[in-house]
Design a protein around this ligand. Structure first.
Ligand code: SF4
Ligand code: SF4
Length: 83
């Protein structure tokens, strides 16, 4: 599936344990990534500092659903079932 422009829930809903520039311990679930700018673009997209987990995540119906609300609960659910 194609990513929904402006959704960005994969930069908010999951926890990320890798180092993110400006977030040396990664980020907790539900916290907006510090690298997400006001226009909802990743400021380190394509740069080596971007966590591998971000590059590896791609839009799928299982994780993103068909609405942003579904993405929030699906990613939160995935998170709780893998921790
Ligand atoms: S949660 Fe899915 S649809 Fe939303 S921005 Fe991330 S990849 Fe795209
Ligand atoms: S580093 Fe970029 S892609 Fe990864 S969570 Fe932060 S804003 Fe999103």
């Amino acid at each position: 599936m194609n990513c929904r422009l402006g959704c960005v829930l994969c930069c908010i809903a999951p926890s990320i344990t890798s180092v993110i520039p400006g977030m040396p311990k990664g980020k907790p679930a539900g916290v907006r990534c510090i690298q997400l700018n006001d226009d909802n673009f990743c400021m380190i997209f394509g740069l080596p500092d971007r966590p591998d987990v971000c590059a590896e995540f791609s839009a799928s119906i299982d994780a993103c659903g068909t609405t942003n609300e579904q993405a929030l609960w699906l990613i939160t659910d995935l998170e709780s079932s893998t921790c």
